[in-house]
Structures are given as C-alpha cells and as structure tokens.
Design a protein around this ligand. Structure first.
Ligand code: GLN
Length: 221
C-alpha cells in the first residue's frame, strides 16, 4: 500500500518522512500518472494560491478529484485544507472542492501569525495533539454531513471530516504527531483491500459493491 503526497510545492518532504517513520511507503505526486496505484493522498501546507496555479498547470485537478470520488482517503493540512474546501471566504474559487466547508485563509491575522497549542481530537485518542498553526486557515461553516474533529477553546473549528476526506488547519508533520497519518493509513488500507463484511457492507446492505470497491464506498458512507 502506498500513500501519495502532493509534491509540487510546500511542506511535502515532512509528510513523506513522517509516513516512512511509521512504515508506510510514500510517493511524491507531481503528475497525474504518479497517482496510479496510490491508496490515499496527503495535500501539504504551503501557499494555496501557488498550489492552485501549479495543479492547474500540471493537469492535476481532475485526477485528484477522481481519486477522492473513488473513496481514497485524502488529508489536507493548512493550505491543503484550503484547496479541498468547497468554499473559500472572500471570493476565491475553490480548487479541488471535496469537503462541504467554508474556510477563511490567514484567519489569525498578523498579530498571531503562528502559534502552538494542545488540541483535543478524540478521533485519534485521549492524549491531546500538539498543534502548530502557521498562517493558518479556520473553518467558518461546517456543512451537513461534515463532522467536526477538533475546535479551539473559543469554538473555532480547525479539523473536519466528510466521508474519506479529512481537513486540518495545523501541521502534525512538524510536531512529530503520527496519529492522524496512522488514521489515514488505516483508511487507505481499508480502501485498497476492503474485506468481506466491512462496516459498510454490514450496515448498508443495499449498496452495490462492484469491481471498484472504493467507488461505491465513497458515495455511500
Ligand atoms: N496562509 C497559507 C495560505 O493561505 C497557508 C499557510 C500554511 O499552509 N502553513 O495558503
């Protein structure tokens, strides 16, 4: 099983090292064909405007949306969260809309460009996450069907999941925090080799499971 890391720009090397440190094969994704055979994708932090330009230039938009639609897990961190959002506040067009949230870029302003805090994120366990925020976005609107995974003490939402897509405002790869990557790896393993009697098959018996298992799961969960 291999997990791709979008490697056109930004903090991709840290994600690759983190995946390798937990025994997962990581692949740099720069061209559409690099996605062949990957079971998940991480979209790193950086500048979302640069990512928008580079992914358009290299024809990456449709292939990435296609991978998400098949049900492969996608993790967007910081700028990666901005590019997977269905809406960007203040009028920028979405880049690869795949999670129904509105994000605001650089939401903490100049006074508080970057900060670190302990964040409760029950989906990865009881021990809080050491979350590093760098010119980070926040989520201003959480659509129906989107689960909030973590919020700041003042209630601002900083981590969400909709089906196979997880978006977080902060940088686990800079804190040596492996649990979110482990979660993606578990989802990727399930995507690449869904066993008989998986949760979806048990709870949604009406869903047709055809030769492309991810496709039906992605739409049905
Ligand atoms: N401020 C950046 C943007 O708007 C995101 C910063 C980051 O990824 N660390 O794209």
């Amino acid at each position: 099983m291999k997990i791709g890391v979008l490697a056109l720009h930004g903090a991709f090397i840290e994600h690759i090292h983190l995946l390798e440190s937990i025994g997962i094969e990581a692949v740099k994704i720069r061209l559409p064909e690099d996605l062949d055979g990957v079971s998940g994708l991480i979209i790193p932090g950086g500048e979302s405007t640069t990512m928008r330009k580079l992914t358009a230039r290299w024809g990456m938009r449709e292939p990435i949306l296609g991978l998400a639609a098949k049900g492969a897990p996608i993790l967007g961190t910081c700028a990666g969260m901005i590019v997977v959002a269905s809406e960007i506040a203040d009028g920028d067009e979405p880049v690869f809309p795949m999670i129904d949230v509105t994000v605001r870029r650089n939401a903490f302003g100049r006074q508080l460009d970057s900060f670190e805090t302990e964040l409760s994120m029950p989906v990865v366990g009881d021990t809080p996450i050491h979350a590093i925020f760098i010119r980070a976005p926040i989520i201003e609107r959480v659509g129906p069907g989107v689960e909030t995974l973590a919020s700041l003490p003042d209630g601002r939402v900083v981590a969400v999941r909709q089906r196979n897509v997880i978006a977080i405002s902060f940088h686990p790869e800079l804190a040596g925090e492996t649990r979110i990557h482990r979660l993606i790896a578990t989802m990727a393993a399930d995507f690449s080799e869904p066993g008989e009697g998986t949760v979806v098959a048990r709870t949604e018996p009406g869903i047709r499971r055809d030769a492309s298992p991810g496709a039906s799961r992605g739409r049905s969960e």
